[in-house]
Write a protein that binds this ligand. Structure first.
Ligand code: TRP
Ligand code: ZN
Length: 474
């Protein structure tokens, strides 16, 4: 009577013992769970390195890619996703040298099933071969990004979701990695990617450009802008590698019939960039990357510039304030990167306040006077009513309040805790989180530590509460 249930229990236990290891291998999540872009990025692994071999021709517009991705599993993985838009057609995927099966799902999921599961903690390498006609990715705010064709090449910018338009990627700002680029284009075309130029070889009418980014980089900061450029490569007075490139047809005006002004672009880049580099190195801490530069293209349909890591992309001749802004992003945005897109004020508020302090230090226009002008002109119904930490959705990611009220928050903090504690806050923020990611809560903690003050109420009012903060309330 007794041995039957025992025998049954024993059989069940044996069955589970056999089934458990296989059942524990599960698919990685299809998204990293960002509140604004839930399917951007993926679960189950961390990328450490991308090796991107690209061949590009503007006419006809074709991009051929071979991407090798080094990653480590963070769970026992039965399958996993990369992000790649469907207009990039995949011909072959290998995992650790063995052919893997794959399917395409959703807006940008490349679902890869390796021959065998990958154990948690194990390093693995994925190779993806693909080709297609790159199309710009359209954002919820109707702006375009990704591999954006220009008259002579492509303007390559990805914030927040353009990367899967040109390379297979774990497209989360949290998964930073190093990058190698090898881009093959017709001779006479320049390719400017992140990091240090490692080689440039011309053979039979084609040039291969090799660039290497050795510091961790969020995927949205990758670039490989190309076309006809005048280049000036060298070193700054401080000895940092400097790569500047200006499209000889770049203009201030959107009208393609207007006069090109490359000389104006050079003049502005060569004055504002070193000045901003010097000031911010002194204020925030040493410049974070191996190289600095500017890529001034002419992409009149893009309407924004981007702080791509180590080399900002400018869509037309920029005003000096934009150059200062993009240089500041190298500290705030690129070295210290948000974890989630709703924290975008940590990028834009800081870069905008950096423009203010630049003007304060170089032209004597105080940051406080800019704050007061905005505060005094702030009437009911203003764009500033929207709290910069809660803009409501991805369609408002780059709303004006993120820039202006974000910067006002820093200036109000500066007045509240005093210059010494405030600059200590910014330096500690950079020193503690550079090459990594952080949140608004992390910033509050740093500011509280540097000032010895309780600041929850202050940030609640400035970052999260709709409407104009009442004088004396913070
Ligand atoms: N981060 C850019 C800046 O320097 C702005 C930006 C990136 C943007 N992508 C965008 C603006 C899309 C509007 C739409 O401020
Ligand atoms: Zn910015």
């Amino acid at each position: 009577m007794r041995h039957r249930p025992i025998a049954l229990a024993g059989a069940l236990a044996a069955a589970f013992a056999l089934a458990a290891p296989a059942a524990a291998f599960t698919p990685g999540a299809p998204g990293a769970g960002d509140p604004y872009y839930p399917f951007a990025g993926n679960g189950g692994y961390d990328v450490s390195h991308y090796d991107l071999d690209l061949t590009f021709d503007r006419t006809p517009n074709t991009l051929v890619g071979d991407a090798e991705i080094e990653a480590r599993a963070t769970q026992d993985l039965s399958r996993f996703n990369l992000d790649l838009r469907p207009f990039m057609v995949v011909s072959r995927v290998e995992v650790d040298g063995s052919r893997a099966t794959f399917t395409r799902e959703g807006e940008h999921e490349l679902v890869i099933t390796p021959r065998k599961g990958i154990r948690r903690g194990k390093k693995f390498e994925v190779e993806v071969q693909y080709a297609g006609t790159p199309e710009p990715v359209v954002d919820p705010d109707h702006s375009i990004e990704g591999w954006v064709p220009t008259h002579d090449g492509a303007f390559v910018v990805n914030e927040p979701q353009g990367s899967p338009g040109w390379y297979p990627v774990n497209d989360s700002p949290k998964d930073k990695a190093t990058f190698d680029f090898e881009v093959d284009v017709p001779a006479g075309i320049e390719v400017i990617a992140n990091g240090v130029l490692e080689g440039r070889k011309t053979k039979r009418g084609r040039t291969t450009w090799e660039w290497e980014e050795r510091d961790p980089m969020a995927p949205y900061l990758a670039t490989a802008t190309n076309g006809e450029f005048e280049t000036r490569f060298g070193r700054t007075l401080g000895g940092l590698l400097e790569y500047n490139a200006v499209d000889p047809t770049t203009r201030r005006s959107l009208d393609p019939a207007s006069t090109p002004e490359p000389a104006l672009a050079w003049e502005r880049i060569e004055s504002a960039q070193p000045n901003a580099l010097r000031l911010f190195s002194e204020l925030y801490g040493p410049y974070p990357f191996d190289a600095i530069g500017a890529i001034v293209d002419y992409a009149p349909n893009v309407f924004y510039s981007l702080e791509s890591q180590g080399k900002a992309n400018y869509w037309r001749v920029p005003p000096e304030s934009t150059i200062v802004h993009e240089v500041a992003h190298q500290w705030f945005g690129n070295a210290v990167t948000l974890e989630q897109w709703p924290d975008i004020w940590l990028n834009e508020g800081f870069a905008t306040w950096s423009e203010w302090i630049y003007d304060e230090r170089t032209a004597g226009v105080t940051a406080q006077s800019v704050f007061e002008e905005l505060y005094n002109g702030w009437e009911a119904g203003s764009y500033l009513d929207v709290p910069p930490g809660d803009v409501g959705g991805p369609e408002n990611l780059f709303a004006g309040t993120v820039y202006d009220r974000g910067a006002m928050t820093l200036q109000a903090l500066r007045v509240k805790i005093g210059d010494a504690a405030f600059f200590r806050t910014l330096r500690t923020w950079y020193a503690r989180y550079r090459y990594g990611n952080a949140t608004t809560a992390d910033f509050v903690e740093v500011a509280e530590g540097a000032s010895g003050q309780q600041l929850d109420q202050f940030f609640q009012i400035w970052i999260y509460t709709p409407g104009k903060p009442a004088q004396g309330s913070w």
